[in-house]
Design a protein around this ligand. Sequence first.
Ligand code: TYM
Length: 324
Amino acid sequence: MKVRVFSGVQPTGQLHIGNYLGALKNWAEIQAEYESIFCIVDLHAITLFQDPEELLANIRQTAALFIACGIDAQLSSIIVQSSVPAHTELAWLLNCVTPVGWLNRMTQFKSKAEQQETVGAGLLNYPVLMAADILLYQASIVPVGEDQSQHLELTRDIAQRFNSLYGEHFVMPATKLPTVGARIMGLDDPGQKMSKSAAGTNHAIGLLDEPKVVQKKIARATTDSLPAVDPENMGPGVANLIAIAEACDPSLNKEVFAGLRYGDLKKRVAEAVIARLEPIQQKFRAVTADRCYVDTVLSESRGRVMPIAEDTVRKTKVAMGLYV
Ligand code: TYM
């Protein structure tokens, strides 16, 4: 049996180059070696309010972008989380072995909760659903960006706790980070990770941004007061631009750019990003030209993963002494 890989993205807006360089690019590169399942985690998205019409459109757009970024629907399964009820069922079972103290310590929970007037219970339990996503398929490898590392540690803690209470049951999943691009920062504020929810128009580069927009956003990116690239002394903005360029084109790095004035650096970075995005955008247009294609892929993938998911839930219930 091939080793299984699982990862997911929230359909909360257009994916950006942080999602691509931190996660999807890696998925496309490793999918042939493993049995891969890539998930659009709509149930995670609704832990914060989503406009229903926009959410549904974003689910389909995210699926189309997975394919456009090189996920091969023949090799990998592309699923929508809410279409496989076993995710929520396992999440409940795992909720019952997860101490609330572990959830209260999650940094993403703390920062998201700070911004809400009322905090839904779903937001606190978010990482348990994430653990369920992974453990449901007994995935050994989870390719993600660095911001998910704490959630992955918690997933292992939950699995270990379950195994010690009920006997060896869950496979321990390993976190797989990309060597470059694991944490892409916002262009307008290199102190903040690039995120779908940040408000600034120059914050993130969307995967569907046109070349002119990409150029403009990079031209406005925050750098520092030095005139040119000094590989030994780079501010966070410049280091971020170079990381973006290198993740897009491995022949580019800080030595290649040494001595380059920031205006010229930005032009070179924009060229590398545009060259990376062009085939993705072309494929996206082709994929979405056929209105039924994405739905067909989602439904076929669902059929493929359902037996695995249902089997895990059944075995988990048996292990816990529930009536199946
Ligand atoms: P999400 O939707 O925030 O992000 C999807 C993927 O993109 C990566 N990423 C980044 N990588 C580098 N730089 C950035 N600025 C950046 N922003 C995002 C994320 O690390 C992630 O890999 N909780 C998850 C979704 C999830 C999941 C799972 C992931 C739910 N269940 C099971 C793995 C396994 C999330 O919100 O990702």
